[in-house]
Design a binder for this molecule. Sequence first.
Ligand SMILES: [Fe+2]
Ligand SMILES: [Fe+2]
Length: 189
Amino acid sequence: MQTKEIIQKLYTIVQKQAKKPANTFGPDVWETHLLPVIKYAKMLALKRHADVDIVEIAALLHDIASISNSKEIKEHHIHGQRYAQEILSLFHYPQKEIDKVKHCIFAHRGSKQIKRETIEAQCVADGDAMAHFDSLYSLFYLAFEIKKLDPFAGKEFVKEKLERSWNKLTPFAQRLIRDKYKAVKLLLD
Ligand SMILES: [Fe+2]
Ligand SMILES: [Fe+2]
């Protein structure tokens, strides 16, 4: 199967998974998080001459564990690699490429001190963090609706999440999103 065909199938698989009740983040996470992550990660991959297919596949699958099984949310960067292996093997995607995708998933989180060894992994992690500035409302939804935090705790949660997102960005991505970061700081500080 051609890589482009695999990618098309992944859009269907991941969107379907996001819309299932097992996804504790709610069905809108497809539109409010996953699609913006893919958009930013691909944009960065093109600008930085990274492997766009690897980046798009990894961006699609980066949170697959956390939308599939609530028990795997805490360590979804680890479990996500297993899903990627299973799904991509089904399509006979080359193991060498699967390993590259798995590294991107493993290294995408801002809260974990995992070195991003490839430009592709940097693009996915950057896309993940940049998406938070794009769909701020999804963070408030997470704080107030999913986590049931009170107004003050919710605001702090969002602020901390955005600060972590900002700190995990490469200088390249920070330059692209700086205006939104400043605007958010102005509103929330
Ligand atoms: Fe994640
Ligand atoms: Fe994410």
